[in-house]
Design a protein around this ligand. Structure first.
Ligand SMILES: CCCCN1C=C(C(N)=O)CCC1
Length: 359
């Protein structure tokens, strides 16, 4: 029996299959607001058969956006526009998810296709914040302001308020962005966190922002709905976060109510040559963390082929795959995968309006 098309139930939420659309920045919002682009971009992938569609990194405050065009849910006015999207996704058989984020020292940059570099304050940019006043470097030379404990508490309250808005908008899967060199990862990694207070130095201190933020969001996100976290489980370099630390952190988060770990990697400093780019490169990490922390896992990273995805699920390496660029290329990947894997109900994946198109 094909495992990729078996439903997955997390708490009270059942996804029709093990295929998720990874949260992927679109840099197409105005003041954080979703629009027709997001409805079509995300809606078409629900129509294409994904079990879970996760809205891109959505900032918990304006200064938490990567670019001025990033998605955001930092006012109550954002709720209804997102509710329209969540309704469409849910109405077409996908679970609606959203990722909450703060970009930290990697904020205030141009869209990738406009340079991906820091925007000065007199060009529409803003002052950035981070655990330490250390710039990311290369195309992001802007030196962030070191956060005070009051700043930390304020940003954590923004995550809580944004989680409440995501709930109000009808999302049923919530992911907190702890990866890719953004704010939480900047606290976690010794490469970016040089603090000497209770938020820096030891492992206990470096994970404090993450565990406090997670606990505060868990408190307002209903216990019957899945709460996930995307974590860079390794920085790939000496002196960065390690898989061993990440297993311990995952155990702590699980004790605090984490339902699924979205395993990712890197991006806290530029110029890391040691990344072992290869198909399914994070599956072994996900397998190890899932088994040692006894937690559901998912991952992205060069998962492109149906049999590859099927093997990842069937072998127990992950419980769900998060497709990224591959499902940008093909919104109907789930349908095409079902055909390739000879799933008997493949033709039912397409919506009724397309029934005559099913082969
Ligand atoms: C290819 C993903 C790794 C780097 N990036 C991560 C992003 C993210 N939102 O996590 C957006 C920019 C690219």
């Amino acid at each position: 029996m094909t495992k990729l098309f078996q439903p997955l139930t997390i708490k009270d939420v059942t996804m029709r299959n093990r295929i998720a659309v990874s949260p992927m920045c679109q840099y197409s919002s105005n003041d954080g607001m979703p629009n027709d682009w997001h409805l079509v971009h995300l809606g078409s992938r629900a129509v294409g058969g994904a079990g879970l569609v996760v809205v891109e990194a959505t900032a918990v405050s304006p200064e938490g956006r990567i670019s001025p065009a990033d998605s955001g849910i930092y006012t109550d006015d954002h709720v209804e526009p997102f509710a329209k999207i969540a309704r469409f996704l849910e109405g077409h058989g996908a679970v609606a998810g959203i990722q909450l984020a703060h970009a930290g020292r990697k904020a205030s940059v141009r869209k990738p296709w406009e340079g991906d570099n820091s925007i000065d304050s007199d060009q529409g940019g803003w002052d950035t914040i981070a655990p330490s006043a250390i710039a990311f470097g290369e195309n992001i030379p802007k030196v962030p302001c070191e956060m005070s404990v009051d700043d930390i508490k304020r940003v954590q309250s923004h995550f809580v308020d944004s989680a409440k808005r995501a709930l109000a908008a009808g999302f049923r899967f919530l992911e907190i962005h702890f990866a890719h060199g953004y704010l939480a990862h900047e606290f976690y990694s010794p490469l970016s966190n040089k603090r000497d207070d209770e938020y820096g130095g030891s492992f206990e201190n470096r994970i404090r922002f993450l565990t406090e933020t997670f606990a505060a969001v868990r408190e307002v996100w209903p216990a019957h709905l899945p709460l996930a976290a995307r974590l860079s489980v390794t920085d790939w370099v000496e002196g960065g976060v390690t898989i061993e630390e990440s297993i311990e952190l995952t155990k702590r988060l699980k004790s605090a109510g984490l339902d699924m770990l979205d395993v990712s990697h890197g991006f806290v400093i530029p110029g890391v040559d040691a990344v072992p780019w290869s198909p399914g490169m994070m599956l072994p990490h996900a397998d190890q963390i899932g088994r040692e922390a006894e937690i559901l896992t998912t991952t992205s990273w060069l998962i492109t082929k149906p049999q590859q995805a099927e093997d990842a699920i069937a072998s127990g390496q992950v419980d769900m795959v998060m497709l990224a660029r591959e499902i940008l290329r093909d919104p109907y990947w789930p349908y095409h995968a079902a055909k390739e894997l000879a799933v008997p109900t493949a033709s039912e994946i397409l919506p009724v309006q397309y029934a005559r198109a099913a082969k």
